[in-house]
Design a protein around this ligand. Structure first.
Ligand SMILES: [Zn+2]
Length: 278
């Protein structure tokens, strides 16, 4: 599932490629992908003739701003891809939505598993429509937090670190992959309880979080073998080659050569180095 670095990579490319373009036509092949709308006409009618003015991100949601004050929301779900295409390009399987622009070019939404979606709304209705966005935690890329405030948040929650880092109400945008990589970089175990961290560990965790995410964005995200993540140009990211623990069970820790261990906790795997993480 795409996490903050993948969604942010796509957001930046969308902003560069599509701002200023005007929507000419909209085609929908699968109504499930626009399930908040009654029908294709209801969705297309709110897009056609509109110009894109900017692209922002809230957690794992992409918000494409329109010149009438509306916003086209895209959520990639498990397997969604937003792809820039030319009308001549052959349509990939599972292309659910095609937005064509007056200036030429298309934005295509490809989603084999259809957990993702697109819909048009207004900024004031967004939080009522997407409950998750009304309770979103702080954004580790867009917002800066003081270490003392971060420490207060950690101490107040008294929760194991991995479930806490992936709780969207606590911090927005972190999932399974980056939680494991951040905790390795911080030298902390997935099951360490958040109120037991020393001041130095809090600082290490905060720095590991921002550095790991920034680094992953620089490498255009992670594309795993069984995942669909592609950037706007259909290319894979390359941060997966820099993963230190995630999906590396039985391999040597890059720091101490101990074997990376995998444990199942709450139905999710956690990968970690039993030597380097305490
Ligand atoms: Zn190690």
């Amino acid at each position: 599932m795409p996490e903050l670095p993948e969604v942010e990579t796509i957001r930046r490319d969308l902003d560069r490629e599509f701002v200023g373009r005007k929507v000419k036509t909209v085609e929908v092949s699968r109504l499930r992908s626009i399930r908040r709308h009654k029908n294709t006409k209801d969705f297309a009618g709110r897009l056609e003739g509109r110009k894109i003015t900017g692209v922002v991100r809230k957690g794992k949601y992409i918000l494409i701003r329109l010149d009438d004050g509306g916003v086209l929301v895209a959520h990639l779900g498990m397997s969604g891809q937003l792809l820039r295409a030319s009308p001549k390009d052959p349509k990939e399987r599972h292309t659910q939505v095609v937005i064509s622009f007056s200036q030429g070019g298309q934005l295509r939404f490809v989603d084999p598993r259809t957990f993702g979606e697109m819909f048009v709304t207004t900024p004031d209705r967004l939080e009522a429509q997407v409950h998750e966005l009304a309770h979103l935690g702080f954004d580790p890329i867009d917002q800066v937090m003081s270490w003392t405030h971060f420490a207060e948040m950690l101490y107040a929650r008294k929760t194991r670190l991995k479930p806490l880092l992936t709780d969207q109400k606590f911090i927005a945008g972190i999932g399974n992959i980056y939680a494991d990589e951040i905790l390795f970089a911080a030298g902390l175990r997935f099951d360490r309880s958040s109120e037991t961290l020393t001041a130095q560990e809090v600082r290490r965790l905060y720095r590991a979080m921002t550095e790991t995410l920034q680094d992953a964005i620089k490498h255009r995200g992670s594309s795993l073998a069984d995942e669909q993540y592609r950037d706007l140009f259909g290319e894979t990211g390359d941060f997966q080659s820099l993963h230190k623990v995630y999906d590396r069970e039985g391999k040597a820790c890059p720091r101490c050569r101990s074997l990376i261990t995998r444990v199942k906790a709450n139905g999710r795997s956690a990968y970690f180095c039993p030597q380097c993480q305490v």
